[in-house]
Design a protein around this ligand. Sequence first.
Ligand SMILES: [Zn+2]
Length: 530
Amino acid sequence: MLKSIGLLVIGALSLLAQDSGVSAERIREHTRFLASDLLEGRGPGQRGGELAAEYIATQLALAGAKPAGENGTYYQKVPLVGIETQPDATLGGAVGGKGVDFRWGDDFVGVSQTQRPDTRFEGEAVFVGHGITAPEFKWDDFKGVDVTGKVLVLFTNEPASTDPKFFDGRALTYYGRWVYKYEEALRRGAKGCIIIHTTETASYGWDVVRNSWGREAPFVKLEPGAKALALQGWITREAGERFLALAGKNLDELLKASDRADFKPIPLGIQVRGHLPSKIRELETRNVAAVIPGSDPKLKDEYIIYSAHWDHLGIGTPVGGDAIYNGAIDNATGCAILLELARVWGSLGQKPKRSVLFLSVTAEEGGLRGSEYYAAHPLAPLAKTAVNLNYDALFPWGRAANVVITGAERTNIYPLALQIAKRLDLGIAVDAQPEAGHYFRSDHFMFAHAGVPAFSIGQATEFLGKPAGYGEQVYQEYNGKHYHQPSDEFRAEWDFTALRQAAEYGLLLGKDIANQDKLPDWRPGDAFHR
Ligand SMILES: [Zn+2]
């Protein structure tokens, strides 16, 4: 009797496992191919990247997904411009006869959004605190002051908080990100925007700023007539001190002033002058898009989007004699899951009600450019996009005990997301560093930014049958030794069970969202509410 109950239970379990049809083996094989040396690190605008895009389109076609790109193809062209500010760039400020001049790299870095080979600008400096307008937190650093044509000077980050109702407590909100500062400056018609770096406000040292801004970076090509900042830049704390001294101001006092709700913009009376000679290179790359139509005559006009970026760093500086940045984990794994999801969805006898778009975006590594372009030129209307579920860098280290879905709690899908985790016997991993703002650093974010409920289904932080702390240990090892290195390579001993689980999780969640009555939404008051 006992024995037969046991068999029944095992029978039921294996039925559940077979149910989804997701194959760890197929995820492994896609990963192996996409990460092979033949694909040369999948650089956008490079041969290996083109091959990856072709492979993904072909696999989507074989899965039965229809072309969803431009002109009946599987592709959406993404025009990018690579910009490298030249080291003879200059930046300085003057009051009357007194002035300061900054040296490229040592004192300042930055880029002109004009995408022109030579940009000169001049404007009056206004200090604007953190440069934030956040009505939901009753915060406005601008207080109605017109900053059109001015050069904004500010600190990154946001007012300090431990109150969850005020700038989400300890967590970094989007208002605290440097990207937001430049966006807000542009919205307000400023000429330029300069962030004064401090290690505390940035949460990293000047060397990080210098390294990431001192080389070519890709941008989505400006539309004709679009507004652009003449400079989006950073200066060091020491340069900031010299700069503010011209106006008789002190950096520490301004830092303090920036944390007060009654802060008002401070015209500094400093004339800023800059010259940004830049190397400009146009490059064309592609997002891959395919659709499996829904079964409901009305709801099929609405879409679930699964996404995963196909690009990685291409061929670069050799490390230990290896110049191919294979990007096996980052992000051949996510693409492999995307392809397997398409195959399983394609094989469903009864298709879910809403349609599903499989989107493999380009140029994530260059700053989420493929997804930025998609959000500005959506292939399915954003207002009819139910959700974006993204996969970026998953760890093939055994059977997952949990799943990371940071950001899901901002949406009304969350109860469903919890329920499905329970069904699959997965815990929900909590974000151990909310102040790091991980939510803003992968492709789903560009959907959120455009108002679409979106999050990534991330790598497990705990694995079953492994000693306590194993997840953290292997994560640290990956991050320290292999992240964005040529050694992020496919390994035969990898166990893809966790990736199968992450795919199953996304499949069940996507199916349920595709079948539910209403489109998902953000929680009321969320910053990304559409
Ligand atoms: Zn990466």
